[in-house]
Design a protein around this ligand. Structure first.
Ligand SMILES: C[S@@+](CC[C@H](N)C(=O)[O-])C[C@H]1O[C@@H](n2cnc3c(N)ncnc32)[C@H](O)[C@@H]1O
Length: 241
């Protein structure tokens, strides 16, 4: 390795450490864990969750639980099945919300496994090539959401966008939903917002909401991962969670 390559490598390591230090707060994980466990206990729900690896971390589980408890969530679209799907199903039942939930998942085996643990539909959608905002990505194909519905709770945590450089922008496909299917009052959560790629999605959503003249607010919740939260109307309170 040449001296120049060594300097370049060190620079990239330093750069990614600074980025992580600026966009996550790992010490807050335990705070959100305590709040989440307190909320589960208040609701009489068992702690069945594994908030590790690529699954939802504690700040996301806390955020979902608080949104379902405090906001008038009625129509939900989740991209990427897992712990979050199980939690939403449990909350919907316990709080008798009767919200219509849909989870979209690209991996049929994982979809079947999560389907066995939730009451709502886990829809399998194979990934297909798409061009979004000039970028070539792989995103859910077919009618992966109900084009006649207005969603008031949207969680973007799929498809996989980590592992190789060409996957990093896969989740920007989520902007398709903003065209006609976001309710006037809504919470839209972009998980893993600390990653390069998801920051592009956050900016595309912001631009689209501004272009559409939406009166929205936004915030970021940081712990082991970061959730970027957009909210509007009756759901605006989510930016203070
Ligand atoms: C970030 S994960 C989605 C996580 C999900 N929202 C949760 O809370 O656990 C993105 C994708 O990784 C895959 N995945 C996540 N956990 C997995 C597991 N334990 N085994 C196999 N695939 C998994 C699924 O295909 C999922 O759509």
């Amino acid at each position: 390795m040449s001296l120049w390559q060594k300097v370049d490598e060190r620079f990239r390591i330093a750069n990614s450490l600074m980025w992580a230090a600026d966009s996550t707060r790992p010490a807050m994980e335990i705070v959100y864990r305590e709040l989440f466990l307190r909320d589960l206990s208040r609701l009489g729900l068992e702690d069945l969750y594994y908030p590790v690896g690529s699954a939802a971390n504690h700040s996301l589980l806390y955020l979902i639980a608080r949104c379902f408890t405090e906001l008038p969530v009625s129509r939900v679209l989740e991209m990427g099945a897992g712990q979050s799907s199980i939690l939403m199903s449990q909350l919907n039942d316990r709080l008798k919300k009767e919200a219509v939930l849909t989870t979209v998942e690209h991996d049929p085996q994982w979809a079947a496994r999560i389907q066995g643990q939730v009451k709502h539909r886990v829809q399998t959608a194979a990934l297909v090539p798409k061009t979004i905002a000039g970028h070539s990505i792989s995103h859910y194909g077919g009618e992966y959401f109900d084009s006649s519905a207005l969603y008031d709770f949207v969680l973007v945590d799929g498809p996989p966008a980590h592992g190789s450089k060409d996957m990093a922008l896969n989740r920007i496909g989520a902007v398709e939903l903003l065209e006609k299917n976001l309710a006037e009052s809504f919470v839209l959560i972009v998980d893993d917002a600390e990653r390069r790629g998801e920051d592009v999605l956050v900016e595309l959503i912001r631009r689209k909401l501004r272009k559409d003249g939406r009166d929205f607010r936004e915030t970021a919740i940081m712990a082991a991962k970061q959730q970027h939260v957009f909210a509007a109307g009756h759901c605006s309170g989510a930016v203070f969670f």
